[in-house]
Design a protein around this ligand. Structure first.
Ligand SMILES: Nc1nc2c(ncn2[C@@H]2O[C@H](COP(=O)(O)OP(=O)(O)OP(=O)(O)O)[C@@H](O)[C@H]2O)c(=O)[nH]1
Length: 191
């Protein structure tokens, strides 16, 4: 077991997937550097790094901000090989992005050979734009429940729930290996 003087360092790779313009880059930037921009610049693919410490365990995390996907897209090699967990993002302001994330989840599980229990979180972005909401919270929550994965809503603009998306995904990744037990995962520190 890790101890205070000698924390455990583990490497984890996370990919952020979703339809075009759902806020994948904004979510990644808000988490990695605490920044937000109103500008829209389509992404090809970028990898960011962040160390997240859950008390005695340091996660050196690679976060892959992928290109917006549609039904004709396939996962890049970097976004499918050696990835420990996925954030599946749709915008709460876009019904089509919600419908699309269902297809992305299917394509992901197919690409991974119908692997069971792929660590994932479903993320509803742009929570601050409540007047433009097109996807009811309960509908998104029941989709996540049917996939047996957590659902979170966040705003990269206000920062609300941004860190929780990544912390929840790390907990999903570590669920079965006992690295984070109850008392250790309560307190997470971003380095
Ligand atoms: N109000 C608000 N706007 C957001 C939020 N997140 C993203 N946006 C805006 O939505 C637009 C698209 O955001 P991006 O982060 O570039 O989306 P993306 O999914 O990375 O886009 P692609 O790389 O093309 O797939 C930008 O104009 C952002 O400023 C949010 O939480 N709130």
């Amino acid at each position: 077991m890790p101890n205070n003087s000698n924390p455990t360092l583990v490497h984890r790779k996370i990919a952020v997937l979703g339809f075009r313009a759902v806020g994948k880059t904004s979510l990644t930037n808000a988490f990695v550097s605490g920044t937000f921009s109103d500008n829209y610049d389509p992404t090809i693919e970028n990898t960011h790094h962040k160390t997240i410490r859950f008390r005695k365990v340091h996660f050196a995390t690679d976060i892959i901000d992928t290109a917006g996907m549609d039904e004709y897209s396939s996962l890049s090699r970097n976004a499918s090989v050696g990835v420990h967990g996925y954030a599946l993002v749709f915008s709460t302001t876009s019904r089509s992005s919600f419908e699309n994330v269902i297809k992305i989840n299917e394509a992901l599980l197919n690409a991974l050979g119908d692997a069971l229990d792929v660590p994932r979180v479903l993320v509803g972005s742009m929570k601050d734009l409540s007047e433009e909401r097109e996807v009811p919270l309960l509908q998104a929550q029941s989709l996540a429940d049917s996939w047996r994965i957590p659902y979170l809503e966040c705003s990269s603009k206000t920062g609300e729930n941004v860190a929780e998306v990544f912390h929840t995904l790390l907990r999903e990744i570590e669920k079965d290996d006992g690295l984070l037990n109850e008392s250790e995962d309560e307190k997470c520190i971003i380095l």
